[in-house]
Design a protein around this ligand. Structure first.
Ligand code: ADP
Ligand code: MG
Length: 446
């Protein structure tokens, strides 16, 4: 109802009044003829009641709502953790040791210590660190995004652990967007909306993981929006993650999208070879602390870093397999044994892409025609993508250079070689190209 009534009120009170007084109203509940709205301040509660109360009531009644009275309440922002019951949310509060809530709700492996920093994630990592430190200049909200298995959840948990260590009295709540929705719907059903709202407004730090989940879920979005605004208004920190940038999440209301973008938006890029190797080395070193007898031959980690490129989760899976294998056979893990142990995972990511698929994907990525991919044009806008495609063809297929040349409109193998070399150089010096290539590789190997 409220959405429609709000629209008609907009006509009645004018744009300015609407924006200042009506839009910030948050409908909370309708019970026994009493409609309760939440407003940010007492001043606003008085003002709205005096100046717009009658109009709002009339419009509500006209829309068919059974309302006889309005209440404009100011949610209390309570700092003492014990004051608000958690039963309404089941959120994962991070609290001091000895509290009644189990700490296991945050994964204790996901800390800053265990997070390996490399080029693709250094910005996200630095932002996470900064937010965890608190202090005056912080980013609110911090929005982390990136593909699956690239470390978003890990970073969020790391922030929570770190904040908890710095100030055990801070009320830090971490939950997935799915859990947020579940708790919201449950509160609606059990008529505990006020509890729900109070609870989410009483936190110091709210972290919601995988917010793309609320796309298309209107009332959850609405609730999320109000929670968000209430917290930001009171300088409470919000940290969000998603699998894509706010601008790319479909079925999200514009006002929510712009709110999501209003702080710092940083992405976790697909891993590069160095980061993968770094992660493998770190994890092997950790494992060795407990199992010093583990022996891995030279070149094995390099091989895995080279071949398991999809994401860190797959990388970890591969490594776990190796560790299991090592403890079973009790011998050094050679390259052959590694290949054996990982055969099925490798087969999944095996190079069976065709040159044509590569050309299509690259043409699509750079928004050029397929005919230009194989045609004679030499301008940079088509020549560079063509070289990228050649590089990928060399990397991902077993075709020879002359063979690749033939598939690019009958080009000479030296042209292909030149293109492959050029991209090889650019990957080291031009981060845009490096990123393009890594994204394309990932898309093609998926
Ligand atoms: P996402 O939430 O982005 O899907 P996760 O945070 O769940 O990804 O990460 C998947 C797995 O990879 C986790 O076990 C995590 O610890 C690990 N991981 C990801 N990035 C790193 C990193 N930079 N260093 C160490 N481990 C990482
Ligand atoms: Mg995650």
């Amino acid at each position: 109802h409220w959405g429609k009534v709000r629209d008609s009120l907009q006509q009645a009170v004018g744009q300015n009044n609407y924006r200042n007084w009506i839009e910030p109203l948050e409908f909370a509940e309708l019970e026994d003829g009493v409609a309760t709205f939440l407003v940010p301040t007492n001043f606003m509660s008085n003002w709205v009641e005096r100046n717009f109360g009658d109009q709002i009531l009339q419009h509500l009644v006209r829309s068919g709502a059974e309302v006889s009275r309005l209440v404009f309440a100011v949610p209390k922002l309570d700092k003492s953790p014990a004051a608000t019951p958690d039963r309404a949310t089941g959120a994962r509060p991070v609290r001091a040791e000895g509290d009644d809530l189990p700490g296991a709700l945050l994964d204790n492996r996901f800390t800053f210590d265990s997070f390996v920093v490399g080029k693709p994630n250094q910005l996200a990592h630095a932002a996470a660190r900064r937010v965890a430190e608190g202090g005056p200049v912080t980013f609110n909200p911090l929005f982390l995004y990136g593909g699956v298995g690239l470390g978003k959840t890990h970073l969020m948990h790391a922030i929570a652990w770190d904040m908890r260590a710095r100030d055990p009295s801070l009320k830090v709540v971490y939950l997935s967007a799915e859990q947020f929705m579940y708790r919201f719907v449950q509160a609606l059903r059990e008529k505990q909306m006020m509890d729900f709202k109070h609870l989410f407004r009483s936190v110091d730090v709210l972290m919601v993981d995988d917010v793309q989940f609320i796309a298309g879920k209107e009332s959850t979005q609405e609730e999320f929006f109000h929670t968000f605004n209430a917290l930001v208004d009171h300088n409470k920190q919000i940290i969000l993650s998603a699998d894509r940038a706010p601008g790319e999440i479909k079925d999200l209301e514009d006002r929510i999208r712009s709110r999501l973008q209003s702080g710092l938006v940083v992405d976790l890029h697909p891993t590069d070879y160095e980061l993968r190797l770094g992660i493998l080395q770190t994890k092997v070193a950790r494992y060795r602390e407990q199992y010093p007898e583990l022996k891995i031959a030279d070149g094995v980690l390099e091989f895995i870093a080279h071949r398991l490129t999809t994401n860190v989760r797959v990388l970890e899976g591969g490594l776990m397999r190796l560790f299991a294998f090592a403890s079973l056979v009790g011998q050094e893990i050679t390259l052959e044994k590694a290949q054996d142990a990982l055969a099925d995972i490798l087969r999944m990511t095996d190079r069976k892409v065709t040159v044509e698929e590569i050309q299509r994907k690259v043409a699509e990525h750079y928004n050029i025609r397929m005919s230009d991919m194989v045609g004679p044009k030499r301008q940079r806008v088509v020549a560079r993508p063509r070289q990228v495609a050649m590089w990928l063809a060399k990397e991902l297929t077993t075709r020879s250079l002359p063979d690749i040349g033939r598939r690019f409109g009958g080009r000479d193998h030296t042209t292909v070689m030149h293109g492959v070399r050029r991209i090889g150089e650019l990957i080291k010096t031009d981060s845009q190209i490096a990123e393009d290539v890594e994204l394309l590789r990932r898309a093609l190997e998926a």
